[in-house]
Design a protein around this ligand. Structure first.
Ligand SMILES: Cc1cc2nc3c(=O)[nH]c(=O)nc-3n(C[C@H](O)[C@H](O)[C@H](O)COP(=O)(O)OP(=O)(O)OC[C@H]3O[C@@H](n4cnc5c(N)ncnc54)[C@H](O)[C@@H]3O)c2cc1C
Length: 460
């Protein structure tokens, strides 16, 4: 996807514009570059890879994220690269038994203000890259940042070049050097929970259509997400690229063979052994899959400080708040970060506000991201429960609703499932509104207090 996107009709009068250096051109870095440049700041993104080298798989964009992209004017472009999800089917991993279905309620989606869509991760990255460049941001690929001096507000590239700005944004992911600066070198790792096979675990649709059992996954009335619940295993599958392909996130117990990253592909031959206890269709699907990236799911350690004590360095995206790989909210949190940061910096009038805004960002985002982190991990546990009373209750609840013709995740006459209430809350969140509220409640108050103090000083 090329084509430039022009900055959209927004004219917020900025008094002070500053230079941002963004380390990392992933989803969070690119979204942030667009959002800040669009309101008048100057942005330089430094990305260590050549983007053509970055392999990736499928990506889910929840309504809280598509809502922001719509506000930014990308509704049509998102529709060009994505399919709108209409339903989720939930089955038992070992047998394929259908526990139930959930068709997204149009009223609920209208209420939360966005669609739930699926696309290729690389298409989303390209959309944001084009948007950032179209707005005027500079992106340098093959520009690895090797060190950062937050006090001098400078970064040094592997080539030795030194670049100075006003604010440095660390968007270099969970294992990047920006996070290390704030943790004193510790990696954000807790106990391993699952091994995870994803990235380019994409099954070509063309191959699937040759087998009626597999074409079923691409030929539903709605673009459907399929979830398999197993003992220590779970799988998510969804169409991407306009039904051309089928993306799969496969979770299995950790076999201790390294932690991996999105950049590390393993041989596709490993997948059949990973899903050996699964139903037949899953076994068929993985035999057609492209080589996957293998990552570990760990109990994440939450980072206390996202802002450097003495310098202007702020962490965003996975560098600040790390989610299990393949999470629904993985990309969304980076885009919400970008939206909030831009809202705050749209009020910039004086240098002394900068640190305030960095801390306001942390205050606004930490609680939200921490809740999302807990929920994403909870979802994985919910799907991979070992046999026992809890798993039986989970399955019975869905089966009963399905037999009664109800959506399995939503509320019925008497009870609302906890999952559905949480999902609605998560999807309904409006990051831009939260930032606006902060400005009205706190930011403006501080500005008034500052102006008053100056008046008093002047009158003496
Ligand atoms: C190559 C790749 C493929 C991915 N594929 C998928 C996928 O298919 N599905 C999915 O759901 N999620 C995928 N993810 C993860 C997903 O992008 C994140 O979960 C989420 O979007 C938030 O990303 P982020 O921008 O905060 O961090 P990341 O996505 O980790 O991006 C960080 C960026 O910083 C760059 N970087 C790191 N160190 C430096 C440095 N020293 N100097 C300059 N640049 C640096 C990295 O190359 C990377 O591009 C992928 C991530 C990567 C890096």
């Amino acid at each position: 996807m090329t084509g430039k996107v022009s900055p959209i009709n927004i004219s917020i009068p900025l008094i002070l514009t500053v230079n941002f250096i963004i380390v990392g051109g992933g989803i969070a870095g690119l979204a942030c570059a667009f959002a800040l440049q669009r309101i008048g700041h100057r942005v330089l993104v430094l990305e260590k890879d050549d983007e053509a080298d970055q392999v990736a798989g499928g990506c889910r964009l929840p309504p809280n994220m598509s809502k922001i992209l719509n506000n930014w004017g990308f509704e049509r472009r998102v529709r060009d690269i994505a399919v709108v999800s209409g339903a989720t089917f939930l089955s038992i991993y070992e047998t394929g038994f259908l526990l139930g279905t959930h068709v997204w309620d149009k009223e609920v989606l209208k209420e939360v203000g966005g669609d739930f869509v699926f696309c290729h991760h690389k298409d989303l990255r390209h959309l944001l890259r084009d948007a950032a460049e179209g707005a005027g941001a500079k992106i340098r690929y093959r520009a690895q940042v090797s060190s950062i001096d937050p006090m001098k507000r400078s970064v040094t590239l592997a080539s030795g070049e030194v670049i100075t700005g006003d604010v440095i944004i660390g968007a270099d992911g969970p294992f990047g050097i920006c996070r290390e600066l704030l943790t004193g070198g510790q990696r954000p790792k807790g106990a391993s929970i699952h091994a995870f096979y994803n990235g380019s675990t994409i099954v070509p649709g063309e191959q699937m259509r040759k087998d009626p059992e597999l074409s079923y996954f691409l030929e539903q009335e709605h673009h459907t997400q399929f979830a398999w619940f197993g003992n220590g295993h779970s799988v998510l599958g969804y169409p991407i690229g306009g039904d051309e392909d089928f993306a799969m996130n496969i979770y299995a117990l950790d076999d201790g063979q390294g932690d991996g990253s999105w950049e590390d592909q393993v041989s596709a031959d490993r997948l059949p052994t990973v899903v050996v206890t699964s139903e037949r269709r899953l076994q068929k699907l993985v035999r057609l899959a492209l080589p996957p990236a293998r990552l570990q799911v760990t109990q994440q350690v939450e980072l206390e400080d996202w802002v450097h004590d003495d310098g202007r360095l702020l962490l965003i995206g996975e560098a600040a708040h790390t989610l299990p790989p393949g999470s629904i909210q993985g990309s969304a949190m980076g885009v919400e970060d970008a939206a909030v940061l831009a809202k705050l910096f749209s009020h910039l009038k004086s240098e002394d506000q900068i640190r305030n805004f960095l801390y306001a960002f942390q205050e606004l985002r930490q609680k939200r991201c921490s809740g999302v982190q807990r929920q994403e991990l909870g979802n994985l546990m919910f799907m991979a429960m070992p046999p026992g009373p809890m798993q039986e209750a989970r399955d019975q609840n869905m089966i009963q609703k399905h037999e009664a013709g109800l959506n399995v995740l939503s509320s019925d006459a008497d009870s609302a499932t906890e999952q559905w209430e949480e999902i609605k809350e998560m999807f309904g969140y409006d990051a831009e509104d939260e930032a606006d509220n902060w400005w009205v409640e706190w930011g403006m108050l501080r500005e008034h207090a500052k102006a008053r103090a100056m008046e008093i000083r002047a009158s003496k």
